[in-house]
Design a protein around this ligand. Structure first.
Ligand code: ZN
Length: 531
């Protein structure tokens, strides 16, 4: 059976860039565009030339890519000609392979927001498509508020889409701009549209306001649409856009879609999709969502002992797809409730061959249980677990000793009369015969301690230069005077690896210090630093 081609259009750099708190630099945009190109999407919508300096400079030069680099902007303004509209001129001059226009398709918006007539809006769509085609660009039209517009006035919404298609637009994209449309409505309306415009010219742009952007995208495909628009990790304003990181594996791995459609993402690229997802989090300086479908740390994590032993026998018993297909890994959680099976499998994963009846296994299990009883949580802190196991099995070199540290926090009034806090840390470290003393200031006591600790590790310094702390989480476990603080630190390094370490103490600085130490020692072990 011959398969149909389904196209993927990424708008992380345009719609995703409109997210609260997201502010891509030009370098970020170039890096993300490259990542998307390697992933294999068909279109990379990179921004809005003329709208801001970053987007204007992105489109100032040709960016070579397999994907079609797409510029976004509005159709000509009502009452203007295409040759007398500076916004349209900037769009037409952009170094892009394709232009995606956005236009109103809800008559209510045409009247109230655009303050023009239905006919002038249609003329603006036709003129803009014609002008972009004359420039040799592939043309797409995003029909804003299409679904709400269709419910209010189906004939007019369709007329907008038809105007672009008849003028030669390659794609007419139906946008659920408010994100409130439900899958069965999307399926019905897209089906109606595909009777007028061939489905291989129809796209879907879904937002996640009812958490159904992915479902809405698939509903549109079932009804005939052949282009899906979305973003990495579902980045986008309000609740986000359709998440391509969930859509792509479903298209590739679920028989209903894989048997019917070809997409441009290769099997090899699919194997790197987790890395692309985490790469975006890194650029945004955000912690990855551990429960993200397919790529999250917990997506293939199993806790209960009985499941764990079944998974070891046959992973397919508890997994809907093999984790390695999407660049993720199986994770058996070591915790309170788990038995030997979990522990054995986890040890196996980190490279320890140990016999089921080895007495050290019971010792490790007891140790994990004792520590979890006082607040440690090894199921999240994979690196601390690995170090604990290695220490009990006698395999962690004593790289260095922190003989002493001193952290101070001073609060005072500065020259401007403002109240400021200054944190300072001094750390005394012994590395072999060398005694090293480092001092550092930080924006808080933990930061100062971290900076001082990693400032000078003598002969080990070169091994930790790529080490970066990416997240720091604190939780108070019991209320009142018995309070215990649990600190989780997430780290990453130059290879793109991530790991989590833990510290528990009644003192937040002590807890942080344990987690920091584990992270550094883990990095040294991982890098093969000599003892
Ligand atoms: Zn949007």
């Amino acid at each position: 059976m011959s398969r149909e081609r389904l196209y993927l259009f990424d708008t992380t750099l345009r719609d995703g860039a409109q997210t609260n708190g997201v502010d891509f630099t030009l370098a970020d945009k170039i890096a993300i565009a490259r990542m998307l190109d390697e992933l294999g999407v068909d279109y990379v919508e990179a921004g809005y030339p003329g709208a801001n300096p970053t987007d204007t400079s992105f489109f100032a030069e040709k960016r070579p890519a397999q994907a079609k680099i797409t510029a976004f902007g509005m159709t000509r303004r009502p009452g203007r000609s295409t040759s007398n509209d500076p916004g349209l001129a900037a769009l037409l001059d952009a170094q892009a392979d394709a232009i995606c226009f956005v236009a109103k398709s809800w008559d209510y918006h045409v009247r109230v927001a655009l303050e023009t007539t239905d006919e002038e809006n249609l003329a603006s769509i036709r003129d803009s498509v014609r002008a972009a085609k004359a420039k040799g660009r592939e043309v797409l039209l995003d029909c804003e508020h299409f679904f709400d517009g269709y419910k209010a006035n189906p004939a007019y919404a369709l007329a907008c889409a038809k105007a672009a298609y008849d003028e030669g637009a390659r794609w007419v994209v139906l946008c659920d701009t408010n994100g409130g449309t439900l899958p069965h409505e999307v399926e019905k309306i897209v089906g109606e549209v595909c009777k007028q415009i061939p489905g291989d010219h129809v796209g879907i742009h879904a937002h996640n306001d009812t958490e159904q952007a992915v479902a809405n995208s698939f509903a549109a495909v079932r009804a005939g649409a052949r282009q899906i628009q979305g973003t990495l990790n579902g980045l986008g304003e309000r609740c986000g856009n359709a998440n391509l990181v969930s859509i792509i594996p479903t298209l590739k791995l679920k028989a209903e879609y894989a048997g019917k459609f070809d997409i441009c993402v290769s099997d090899a690229a699919l194997g790197h999709i987790a890395r692309a997802s985490h790469g975006l989090d890194d650029i945004l300086n955000r912690a990855a969502d551990r429960h993200a479908p397919y790529v999250g740390e917990s997506a293939f994590a199993t806790k209960a002992g009985i499941h764990a032993s079944a998974i070891i026998k046959d992973p397919a018993t508890y997994e809907h797809v093999p984790p390695e297909r999407v660049g993720n890994k199986r994770k058996l959680l070591v915790s309170d409730q788990s038995g030997r099976s979990n522990l054995l499998a986890e040890l196996d994963r980190i490279g320890f061959a140990i016999d089921r009846d080895d007495p050290r296994l019971s010792r490790l299990l007891d140790e994990v249980k004792e520590r979890e009883a006082i607040g440690y949580a090894y199921e999240t802190a994979d690196a601390s677990f690995e170090l604990l196991a290695r220490r009990l099995l006698g395999k962690v070199p004593r790289y260095f000793d922190v003989e002493k540290f001193d952290v101070s926090v001073e609060q005072r009034i500065n020259a401007k009369g403002e109240r400021v806090s200054v944190s300072m840390a001094v750390v005394k470290v012994r590395v072999g015969d060398e005694l090293l003393i480092s001092a550092a200031e930080g924006n808080g006591p933990v930061n100062a301690l971290d900076v001082a600790l990693r400032k000078d590790l003598g002969k080990y310094q070169s091994y930790i230069t790529g080490l970066e702390l990416t997240d720091y989480r604190v939780r108070i476990l019991n209320a009142g005077t018995e309070a215990v603080t649990r600190v989780l630190i997430e780290s990453a390094d130059e290879t793109g690896d991530h790991w989590t370490t833990i510290g528990v103490s009644s003192n937040i600085i002590d807890a942080s210090f344990q987690a920091l130490m584990d992270s550094i020692v883990y990095k040294l072990v991982k890098s093969g630093a000599p003892a």
